[in-house]
Ligand binder design. Sequence first.
Ligand SMILES: [Zn+2]
Length: 246
Amino acid sequence: MPVDQIASELGIAEIRREVLDGCEGILLTDRVRSIGKILVNSARGPQAARFGIAHELGHFLLERHVLGLGDTFTCSLKDMRETRTARLHERQEVEANAFAIGLLVPDDQLAPFLNEHPDISSVAGLRTKLDISLEAATRCLVDRHDEPIAAVWTLNGRIRYVVRGKTFPWIARSAGDSVSSLSRTASALAKGKSGITGMHEVAAAAWTTADIPELYEQVRVGRDGHALTLLWASLPGADGADRDED
Ligand SMILES: [Zn+2]
């Protein structure tokens, strides 16, 4: 998706990519959107910058979004991760994110991935196909897949943040907590080898106090202590018999 070109055709006069400290994107505009300039953080890589541009373009096109001081939107990393909320500021961020995902991830491109079992390898395929970040691809999968799944981002074994699908049960741990020693993530990190594990059963207590029949966990261990964990629950009454066991 040629996001710069689309933005320019929709009235964005200038897009700049710079290393920003403390914010991910800025849209300079006015109430009637007669002008639009986007400044986006390039420090987290080209794919995150593309997402940032699409997010700011969302604010630009959603005219009822209320401008901040100096007729700007200044968007933080937290803003770029908002998915569900009722408060005005966050709701605008949720809408800008939904717009960005809608633009960068067309439904027909996503559909094949939603028909497969949840898997980090296929998320990586989605990332490559659509030139979005692994994070955006993962969030998209968690949000849209019918299965109860959740994703957990960790650094050095501590949770950075969690995204749960609508039907995934509560996760008993939150940002800042260490992962449970019962988790597959803990054992994958202990091995210290980067790569993607299989999707294997794990004790539900590693992640949740909810009473669920089965929980599966897959881990992608990256460099520099970063890891991504995909959790797949079977809910009471659901048939999980088609999952691979080993
Ligand atoms: Zn924003």
